[in-house]
Design a protein around this ligand. Sequence first.
Ligand code: ADP
Length: 460
Amino acid sequence: MSTLRTRLILVFMAATLAPLCLIGWLSVRLLNYSLALAPTAELDQVSRSLEKTGHELIRRASDSLKQDAAAGRVLPQAFPAATRANWPPAVQEFFSSGETENFILTGHQGDRIEYLLRRGDGVAMYTASLNGISMQPLSDQYSGARALVAAAGTHDWRRGFTYTYLLLAAAIWLVTFLALFYFAQRISHPIQELTKGLSEVATGHMDYRVPEGRNDEIGTAARAFNNMAEELKQSQERLVYVTRLESWQALARKMAHEVKNSLTPIRLTMEEIAARQSGSGGEFYEQAAQIVVDEVLSLERRVRAFSEFSAEPPVSPKPIDINSLLEERIAFLRTAHPEVVYSTRLAPDRPRVFADEDLVKGVLTNLLENAAQAVSPGGTVLGVTISAGDKITIEVHDSGPGVSLQARSSLFQPSISFKRGGMGLGLSIARKSALLAGGDILLVPGELGGAAFRVLLPVA
Ligand code: ADP
């Protein structure tokens, strides 16, 4: 598979191998050239000549001394057999060797030559000077040079240098390659994760998230992806909610229309019956008629609520001072529920939301009314506004019992409630209004021990 990692590795190889081969070839050539210039060969020649000259010098001096000795031009030092115990070691050694004659270098650093000649049981020793030429240093020098040349011959410097150089270059390249492999892996792996995340979200798995945990651009991309997936999930939920609400509205509209058509004639007829029966002692009829009329009036109120729920009033958003609106709604509620204590904690910068004023009023009234109904006398309802980012938060907390588990499961779902003072539509209408304004409503943990609802509205 042609992955990003493979491509990076191929690019690296293409970018490094060609120059590396070129540099290697050049270096080996230069090395060979410089080794060819090495002075070993000259040293070899000089040392050989020196050795030859030394040997020649000694040979000539030896020949001359031998001739002089034979001609009697030099006198020998005699070592008779009687004094053998006192002979110098060199003479003793010569005598023991069984040779008839020998030449040895003596004096200071070999500046003299001695000719030893066996004479019966004794030895005669002739001596001549080398005229100031010390043979010992000469011999040491050419021996050293010869040893150096011999050592250079046993080492294949050329091959050694070439192999070491190539090995070093290959090792450095390999380390760089491994580092690149590691980084390529670190880059390509999160991209694969992101691609997988994208296909998961595209196939509807909105809960799929990619690991973040990095502080570089890839970490930022992973966080952006997760935020996007979360936004998408919420948008999808809102869409589902609005779609479901629309089908409910259609049903409510139809139902309200049908029921209203029947309720009005029933109420008018019952009022007529009650009017006609009065005076003829029909107290029972009067009460019965009143009960029917009351129930019909109650049904008519609900039908009106359904009509309102299904209605889609024109929305005209504008900037609204949300602190003032919340305070105004609380003041409005104070007269209806004087037994409740109201408090506020308002954002100091007087935030303004951009929404339809009637819709926001409806939302706040519903939440405050629910809260006031939930708390017992002396209980508290708290209104909060917070301004942060591109959304304004409005919260309504109460010290009531909190939302029951049963109510929680279908809190924002429209339902038909026949309990006193409630229709079961308030929160669904409020959420629809908030969604229409570009915000939302959520149930959040309460500060006062009871329920708390958070309204999010766009900032103006
Ligand atoms: P209703 O017209 O019945 O009040 P809502 O949609 O406004 O309809 O509320 C739905 C249900 O949510 C209520 O019946 C109630 O059980 C619950 N509820 C709403 N607000 C609160 C609150 N502040 N405290 C406790 N329960 C609440």
